[in-house]
Write a protein that binds this ligand. Structure first.
Ligand code: NAP
Length: 257
């Protein structure tokens, strides 16, 4: 299908959980796609390979991420990545920077969310016309959490309620925003239903045949308080994805096992 205007869309983090879906939706819509990750020679923290990749690009979608819960590495990564991307976009004449952030990051000073706050600040004050979409945790987050907490019979899951959304729907929303052009803060995107994060992890483990015990742990500190107070849930004006966690489990979950 040929879209009304065919764009050249450079996707930083193209191999990631949501990046793969951005690539697929952009290609399905007939756009020209430049997938970027370290495997294809682009490093957003050093700037390597960015000039070549961004030549002729209309929009850059930033869905890179760093695997950490610590403040300093998160802020360092987001600051460096956003700085290098914006500078390369400016040099290449790219007219739209589209970043994915997270519902509920406002005012975060610690942990991974502090990195997202730093990223948003740079993008919104930056030289390239921008859009920031905040989404809730993905359905895939249950799997990411288990994979990140390592092996062993017990999985510790932060206590708190979430409203997860399918990464595929977030990918589709990002492509629609790329087509719309710079829009500032887009309407937040959440999932169709609320749940306790530990329950989602239990359901994912059961659906993928893994026998591990899930322990719900009230996290200390800022993020723990935020999670228990419902601070990661979308507000009443948010757009809502349609696919429930159960539907995702029945379909795509095997792919992230
Ligand atoms: N996961 C969630 O529940 C969730 C919810 C809302 C928003 N978000 C946001 O969505 C974005 C993507 O999250 P995700 O979970 O999809 O991430 P992910 O699966 O961990 O993927 C991260 C991507 O970034 C790339 N990357 C990492 N370091 C890089 C570097 N130095 N240079 C170039 N590419 C690099 C990775 O590719 P290589 O390692 O191959 O380089 C990979 O393609 C993040 O901004 C995150 O904050 C996530």
């Amino acid at each position: 299908m040929t879209p009304p205007q065919q764009l050249r869309i450079a996707i930083a983090g193209a191999t990631g959980v949501v990046g793969r879906h951005v690539v697929a939706h952009a290609r399905a819509a007939g756009h020209s796609v430049v997938p970027m990750s370290r495997g294809t020679g682009q490093d957003v923290t050093t700037g390597a390979g960015l000039a070549e990749a961004l030549t002729g690009a209309d929009v850059v979608v930033d869905v890179t991420s760093v695997l950490t819960t610590r403040t300093r590495p998160a802020v360092d990564f987001c600051t460096r990545a956003t700085g290098k991307l914006l500078a390369a976009e400016q040099d290449a004449g790219v007219g739209h920077h589209l970043a994915l952030s997270i519902v509920g990051v406002d005012g975060a000073r610690r942990g991974y969310y502090a990195g997202k706050v730093a990223q948003e600040r740079l993008v919104t004050a930056g030289p390239v016309p921008w859009t920031v979409l905040r989404a809730t945790q993905f359905h895939e987050f249950a799997a990411q959490l288990v994979q990140r907490t390592g092996i062993g019979p017990v999985v510790a899951v932060p206590a708190g309620r979430v409203c997860t959304v399918a990464a595929s729907e977030v990918g589709a929303a990002l492509v629609a925003l790329a087509e719309a052009g710079p829009s500032g803060r887009a309407t937040d995107l959440g999932g169709p239903e609320e749940a306790e994060l530990a329950d989602l992890v239990r359901r994912w483990l059961a659906a993928t045949g893994q026998r591990r015990r899930v322990v719900r742990v009230p996290l200390p500190g800022e993020l723990g308080r935020r999670m228990r107070a419902g601070g990661l849930l979308p507000g009443p004006d948010a757009d809502r994805g349609r696919a429930t966690f159960g539907e995702w489990l029945a379909g795509d979950a095997a792919a992230v096992r």
